[in-house]
Design a protein around this ligand. Structure first.
Ligand SMILES: Cc1cc2nc3c(=O)[nH]c(=O)nc-3n(C[C@H](O)[C@H](O)[C@H](O)COP(=O)(O)OP(=O)(O)OC[C@H]3O[C@@H](n4cnc5c(N)ncnc54)[C@H](O)[C@@H]3O)c2cc1C
Ligand code: FES
Length: 286
């Protein structure tokens, strides 16, 4: 299914903009139509400033349909995100969204892996799993301070080191176990790669439980490659969300194509509307 039918164009009102260490920002926007239709893995395409006609894509971190807002997490990396960081509550931004194919959960034990500004789709996915009959585990990684205040988890994550119980506060509230990883020392946080924690957890599961796992990932390319390789080792399905460069964001310019393996051979597909979520094995060949 192509999700273009659900894209709305609206003037989103800036409600809040929080600045976190590491040049990270959490932006809350009043955008009721987008909030009503948003699914985990989808993104919005924002005009960050009238000076910059080309929109910038950002993943949806949270959507509250009843209250009509969405939340984004972004890092200030260049001109567009620097201009976005200056936006104040009360200002309006042109927003297109939600865009793209979302994640589809098919198995009982979703393993969510988010790295850096790849965390938002995982937070959105965890939020959507609250009322589902599934047993998720979320593992989040950052090489700068996390853009939230970690809490000590009370939720068990079988097989993982009891000393590393730092967790995402909202996931904890939602009853979804989460753990954090970083190569930078931080209290309660696993020192190393998120895929190492994932491997420990997968190895600790009985064979039948492991067969119920599927992986979902968003983050830098090297992390996604490592996640797909890990999924391959354990013969598990894996969906990845790609954050490629984009122009139009709605399927019209082919500015975002990636090579995807299909049954009939390699095919160039648009990240914006054919993705951003893809079968990991079809994007990262083993
Ligand atoms: C579907 C999708 C979802 C995204 N979600 C998020 C998100 O939730 N949070 C977030 O912070 N970012 C996200 N991004 C990346 C974000 O769109 C870019 O960081 C942003 O457009 C950069 O704009 P800029 O003008 O500030 O930087 P530019 O001046 O365009 O670039 C500055 C630096 O950032 C690098 N850069 C630019 N775009 C990207 C990119 N897409 N991926 C990697 N490096 C890039 C450039 O190489 C350059 O070094 C997403 C991208 C896509 C396609
Ligand atoms: S950005 Fe134009 S087709 Fe994807």
């Amino acid at each position: 299914m192509n999700s273009r039918d659900t894209i709305h164009l609206q003037e989103a009102l800036v409600l809040e903009q929080e600045h976190w260490p590491g040049d990270q920002f959490v932006l809350r926007l009043q955008a009721p139509a987008c909030a009503a239709d948003a699914c985990p893995g989808q993104f919005v395409h924002l005009t960050v400033d009238p000076l910059l006609p080309l929109r910038r894509p950002l993943s949806i971190q949270r959507a509250a349909p009843e209250e009509g807002w969405i939340e984004l997490l972004y890092k200030r990396v260049g001109r567009g995100t620097a201009l976005l960081a200056r936006r104040q509550p009360g200002e309006r931004l042109s927003l297109l969204g939600p865009i793209g194919r979302p994640f589809v959960v098919k198995r009982r034990r979703p393993l969510l892996l988010g790295g850096g500004v790849g965390m938002p789709p995982m937070i959105c996915l965890a939020d959507s799993l609250q009322q589902c009959d599934v047993e998720p585990l979320a593992l989040l990684a950052s090489e700068v301070p996390f853009p939230f205040d970690p809490v000590q988890s009370r939720l068990p994550a079988k097989g993982l080191d009891e000393n590393n119980r730092a967790a995402h506060p909202l996931m904890e509230r939602w009853g979804i176990p989460s753990r954090l990883a970083s190569r930078v020392p931080m209290p309660g946080v696993f020192r190393g790669y998120v895929t190492e924690v994932a491997r420990t957890w997968l190895e600790s599961l009985e064979r039948d439980a492991r067969a119920e796992v599927e992986l979902f990932a968003c983050g830098p390319h090297p992390m996604l490659e490592a996640v797909v390789a890990l999924a391959g080792e354990f013969d598990l399905p894996v969906q990845v969300s790609l954050e490629e460069f984009m122009a139009c964001g709605v399927g019209g310019c082919a500015g975002c194509v990636v090579e995807v393996q299909t049954e009939t051979g390699p095919s160039m597909q648009r990240v914006c509307v054919d993705g951003p979520v893809f079968d990991g094995y079809k994007v990262f060949t083993q």
